[in-house]
Ligand binder design. Sequence first.
Ligand SMILES: *[C@@H]1O[C@H](CO)[C@@H](O)[C@H](O)[C@H]1NC(C)=O
Ligand SMILES: *[C@@H]1O[C@H](CO)[C@@H](O)[C@H](O)[C@H]1NC(C)=O
Ligand SMILES: *[C@@H]1O[C@H](CO)[C@@H](O)[C@H](O)[C@H]1NC(C)=O
Ligand SMILES: *[C@@H]1O[C@H](CO)[C@@H](O)[C@H](O)[C@H]1NC(C)=O
Ligand SMILES: *[C@@H]1O[C@H](CO)[C@@H](O)[C@H](O)[C@H]1NC(C)=O
Length: 303
Amino acid sequence: MNSMQVVLSIISLAVLSDCSVMYDLNLAPHECLETKAIAADYTPLGQMILIGNLTAYQYEAPHNMNPNRLLIGVYDIYGFNYENLKQVADQMAVQSSGFKVVLPDFFRGDAWDVDRNASERQEWMDRVGDWNGIVKPDLINVVQYYKNRGVEEFAIYGMCWGGKIATLAAIELSEYFKASGLVHPSLVTDDEAEIVQIPMYLMPSKDERNMTSFYQILQSKFGDNSGHRRFDDMSHGFTGARGNFSDPLIRERVDEVINKLGIFFDHNLNETRTSSDSVILQSHKFWFVTLFVAVFIHFGCKI
Ligand SMILES: *[C@@H]1O[C@H](CO)[C@@H](O)[C@H](O)[C@H]1NC(C)=O
Ligand SMILES: *[C@@H]1O[C@H](CO)[C@@H](O)[C@H](O)[C@H]1NC(C)=O
Ligand SMILES: *[C@@H]1O[C@H](CO)[C@@H](O)[C@H](O)[C@H]1NC(C)=O
Ligand SMILES: *[C@@H]1O[C@H](CO)[C@@H](O)[C@H](O)[C@H]1NC(C)=O
Ligand SMILES: *[C@@H]1O[C@H](CO)[C@@H](O)[C@H](O)[C@H]1NC(C)=O
């Protein structure tokens, strides 16, 4: 960054942090108000844990090759009322030779639901999603909790409202997170691109703004470490609670989101990783040892 960019960043940060309207729902796509969530037929693989007074869903695949890196997933406004986000988390956990994944319940059970009156939504969002009072300290506590358990590298991804949170984390919590993924994000503006501090992957659907200029700013800051894929055949929320994962095309797009994010996070969380190459190498080692033992036993029997 040159000094002009630094000055601009400081001014924008000051303006943003002073901004009393953290979530301006007028910026949300109208589909966000109209599309309903879908009850999915899925049994999550992970478990609920308690981090201080925060409940969280955690999943780590058996034999995870990379126990030292963690993804924090941030759900959409439907919270834990629907299982899609847990399903995505379970799949994220096995991408690119593995991640631990955790979904914190920031709303503490008070998630949005279709039968609530839309006129209460702004008040509800400002209260349960309070960035400075709740979400930011929760994120720091979650990172601290896993640091105490040996995790060294952290990244964050979020959907819809969670995309805004992943953006705020990229701006204000870059000392904790190394990369941030946005899936059909709501409420994110180009001004924010100027002040994010870590590489991001942008995945808008057809219902979100054009993020090309946001991406160009990321490229000027982080080169090829960021990414952008616009899903022009998908609606807002397709990877979240509103996604019908039984629909083959949606399922295919969701898999693409997960796969691309996995590669992106693997690229940026690269200090503690055991790559899939070394998994193969290790299995070679395993076969050499097996062969050696077999030969030893064979000749051992003859002596
Ligand atoms: C949760 O714990 C934090 C301290 O870690 C505290 O500030 C907060 O008020 C608590 N929230 C609830 C809902 O009890
Ligand atoms: C929603 O709330 C508004 C304001 O409180 C009220 O006027 C309206 O009748 C409510 N709508 C429904 C469907 O309950
Ligand atoms: C987004 O904007 C870029 C130029 O800034 C343009 O090339 C592209 O076609 C636009 N995409 C959509 C979906 O409007
Ligand atoms: C989801 O998609 C399946 C397959 O296309 C379809 O049969 C089902 O009706 C859809 N469910 C909803 C709630 O739209
Ligand atoms: C890790 O990735 C970063 C980009 O996020 C890059 O600058 C750095 O050189 C990489 N380090 C290693 C050890 O590959």
